[in-house]
Write a protein that binds this ligand. Structure first.
Ligand code: TXA
Ligand code: MG
Length: 324
């Protein structure tokens, strides 16, 4: 069985909302990346997510809700978390908070906290309105591979493993949400960098925000979702500026379109070098380079912007390039 790709017509949205209520899996667009959604309060449905993605059970899921009021039904909010939700939701900020008993342990990998966010994508929001249930949704890719930013990406990886994909076009942001542990409001901690930056959070809350560092062994999980190797193409990725002349079998990924006529093995993230465009194109470019049967992909990391979007991109690149 191959997944059906649904256009976002009102009738299809109603059908997919009903499928989610019944416990079926639906891949949905969000503003960051596509998510593989299931009824978050239905443990059996959530188990199917882990199975479809081949995701280890110790990597917890993000729960998607319409707004703060719905989030408060699932997690114990503190005043700082409420301020963050009011300022950044709907949008690409995931808050980690103590879970309420109604959230199945499977969703949180047995842990006492739940990760929660209100997505901004109009189709994700429409499905949440129609289904009237919270949706657990990790990125809709096979575990460890590059996250999907189009319905075609989802279909390539999961097409034979899930029944439905909602096609909402390409994702506007292109990298996953910022994950912030706000269980202790005096010490917020970024677990995964994203578009919402440490500086923005710090400015709103008036307390220092720490960023997560991944160190230690390659396979040991320091905190959920902090695997050193993740988001990886099958082709070895080398984080080095590609030379003007590439050796045979090597693909080069540039940050911006080269001024000279580009060669066949050269890819680039942005025409003019705009950061938001680089983020939006990152996963599609890596997937295209990966499909090209190269020996290696060489790509230069972005110039740093402490805690900003380039940091998020470089974080993903570092994990994508980590050795097996
Ligand atoms: O932008 C996004 O966040 C996308 C879209 C679909 O919303 N979702 C996404 O999900 O990237 P996923 O599962 O690929 O990444 C979620 C991250 C994982 O690294 C997971 O370990 C972490 O969030 N996470 C989930 N629950 C957690 C918890 N209770 N404590 C700490 N980290 C958690
Ligand atoms: Mg993921």
């Amino acid at each position: 069985m191959q997944a059906q790709i649904h256009r976002p017509t009102p009738a299809n949205l109603r059908r997919l909302a009903a499928a989610l209520q019944r416990g079926e899996l639906v891949a949905i667009p969000t503003e960051t990346v596509y998510g593989l959604a299931a009824h978050a309060l239905d443990a059996k449905a959530c188990r199917a997510i882990f199975h479809a993605k081949r995701r280890p059970a110790n990597d917890p899921l993000i729960v998607h809700v319409l707004d703060l009021a719905h989030a408060e039904e699932l997690a114990e909010f503190n005043p700082a978390a409420r301020r963050l939700a009011r300022r950044f939701w709907p949008g690409p900020l995931t808050l980690v908070l103590p879970k309420k008993p109604c959230v199945p342990g499977l969703v949180t990998s047995g842990g006492p906290t739940v990760a929660i966010r209100a997505p901004a994508h109009p189709l994700a929001r429409r499905l949440l309105q129609l289904a009237k249930i919270p949706l657990a949704a990790p990125s809709a890719n096979l575990f460890g591979y590059i996250s999907p930013t189009t319905a075609a990406h989802v279909s390539e990886g999961l097409g034979s493993r899930i029944p439905h994909i909602l096609d909402g076009g390409a994702c506007a942001v292109g990298v996953e949400s910022t994950v912030l542990d706000i269980t202790n409001p005096a010490r917020p901690r970024i677990l995964r960098p994203g578009v919402v930056t440490a500086a923005q959070i710090q400015q709103l809350l008036g307390v220092k925000v720490s960023g997560a560092k991944s160190r230690g062994s390659r396979t040991r999980q320091l905190a959920p979702g902090m695997l050193e190797r993740h988001y990886s193409p099958r082709t070895p990725l080398v984080l080095r500026r590609p030379p003007a002349k590439l050796s045979a079998g090597v693909a080069g990924v540039l940050l911006r379109q080269p001024a000279i006529k580009p060669a066949k093995d050269v890819f680039w993230l942005s025409r003019r070098g705009a950061l938001t465009e680089m983020a939006r194109n990152l996963y599609d470019v890596l997937r295209r380079a990966d499909a090209g049967r190269y020996r290696q992909i060489w790509m230069e990391p972005l110039p740093g912007d402490p805690g900003g979007l380039a940091t998020a991109i470089n974080d993903r690149l570092k994990r994508a390039a980590a050795r097996r």
